[in-house]
Structure formats: structure tokens, C-alpha cells
Write a new protein. Structure first.
Length: 238
């Protein structure tokens, strides 16, 4: 059965292009031109993925995303935001309110389709056992607070371990520096987002060959991505 994509976008020309391209790729497409309409459609007839523009005539895409994440029925809905070039703030806020990914306008349809497929694939991946997590050569014993790369145990501080497991638990989704600061450090005075960068660097060093799983999204944050090949050059995105 075709996967359903709901497009929330107010520019008719862009909607037509998206509708044409996604239909051609075998997706079933529905669309809404306002945030309110999109919100209603996403809730009454949940799609497999939502393609959400930030700038809408009534409520913003950020607000739509926030409201969907707040409702039990739609909190797991895959969402890709569409932001204008240069609007880095939208991207950061988008991830903070729970978007899975973003694309920058003007859109490359090819890139968009790759991202749509990647987000859908990640969402259908089976959840791993919470106690012992394994990605290729990386093994994490959550309960025992132990980590191995290949068969060598790597010693982490409590903070580094928390940083790693936070990224792993939210794998596939970008975590902004502010989110990490809040959730891992609990925001103590005097801490800046540079603290996060420093610790991620340390974490990567200790992870060695498995460090490639921790990706940087320049200017936004970090993401644990178990799909990158191990040992490849550190994956810096966007
Ligand atoms: Ca728009």
C-alpha cells in the first residue's frame, strides 16, 4: 500500500511540483494550504509523513509541529520541515519542537525524496532492546553503564555516558546543543553550548572507529545515526 504524505504549504506552484514528484515516486499525496487545515487533516486522517512549511498564512509550521507533538495520537508522526534559505533559527527551533528533519528552499526534489525515504525508513526500524544496545561494533549496556567498541571496553565518565545514551535513545533525530545542555547537564549556570561541543569531541575520541555514528549538523546540533558506515570520515552534514 502506498505511503501517504501530507503537504502543508501555501504556495500553489510548490504544492503542484511536490504533488507531481511524490506521486511519481509512488506516494499518495494530500495537501493543506494553511496550518489550521494541516493540523486538522494530520489529526483526523494521520499520514505516514508530514511535509510542513514553516511560513504559513495563519499559524506557523513550528506551532503546527508543536501541537502535533503534544497530542498522543500524533506525537510519533514523522515530520520534515521546509525552511527558507538562511533561516537557521527556524531549523533550530524546528528540531526543538520535534521535527525529524528539514529541507531548505528552494527545494531540490531529489534531495527531498531521499530525506522522505530516510525518515520513513528510520521510523519503521524496530526498536532495540533497552538494556543492551548494539550498533555494529558499538555495544552499550545501559543498566550496567558499560560501553564496548569491538571487544574493548571504553571507560566513560557518568556525564559522557549520559550524553551518549541520550543521543542513542533519540537516534535519527537531531538534538540541538540547547536541548542536550538541558537534558544531559540540567543547565547549570556558566555553561554554554560550547560545553556540549567539547564533550562531544571527547566522546568521539573515546569511541574511536565507532565515532562516525555521532554526526554534526553545523550550527544546529548532533545526531546519532546508526546508518553511517563505521570508520568513514566523521560525517558532517549540512
Ligand atoms: Ca509558505
Amino acid at each position: 500500500m502506498a505511503e501517504r504524505i501530507l503537504i502543508v504549504e501555501d504556495e500553489p506552484d510548490l504544492v503542484s511540483i511536490l504533488e507531481y514528484s511524490l506521486t511519481k515516486e509512488g506516494f499518495e499525496v494530500a495537501f493543506a494550504h494553511t496550518g489550521t487545515e494541516g493540523l486538522r487533516m494530520a489529526q483526523t486522517s494521520p499520514p505516514d509523513l508530514l511535509l510542513l512549511d514553516v511560513m504559513l498564512p495563519d499559524i506557523s509550521g513550528i506551532e503546527v509541529c508543536k501541537q502535533l507533538r503534544a497530542a498522543d495520537s500524533s506525537k510519533g508522526l514523522p515530520i520534515i520541515m521546509m525552511t527558507a534559505r538562511g533561516e537557521e533559527v527556524d531549523r533550530v527551533v524546528g528540531f526543538e519542537v520535534g521535527a525529524d528533519d528539514y529541507v531548505v528552499k528552494p527545494l531540490s526534489v531529489r534531495e527531498l525524496i531521499l530525506r522522505v525515504r530516510a525518515v520513513l525508513r528510520r521510523r519503521s526500524a524496530k526498536p532495540v532492546e533497552p538494556e543492551l544496545v548494539k550498533f555494529g561494533r558499538l555495544r552499550i549496556d545501559q543498566a550496567g553503564h558499560r560501553v564496548w567498541v569491538d571487544d574493548n571496553e571504553v571507560v566513560f565518565t557518568a556525564l559522557e555516558f549520559r550524553l551518549l545514551t541520550t543521543l542513542v535513545e533519540r537516534r535519527g533525530r537531531v538534538q540541538t546543543r540547547d536541548t542536550l545542555l538541558h537534558d544531559v547537564w540540567g543547565v547549570a549556570p556558566g555553561l554554554t553550548t560550547r560545553t556540549v561541543d567539547t564533550h562531544v569531541r571527547r566522546l568521539r575520541k573515546k569511541l574511536g572507529q565507532a565515532a562516525t555514528y555521532v554526526q554534526t549538523l553545523r550550527g544546529v546540533g548532533y545526531r546519532f545515526n546508526s546508518e553511517v558506515p563505521e570508520g568513514s570520515v566523521e560525517g558532517e552534514l549540512a
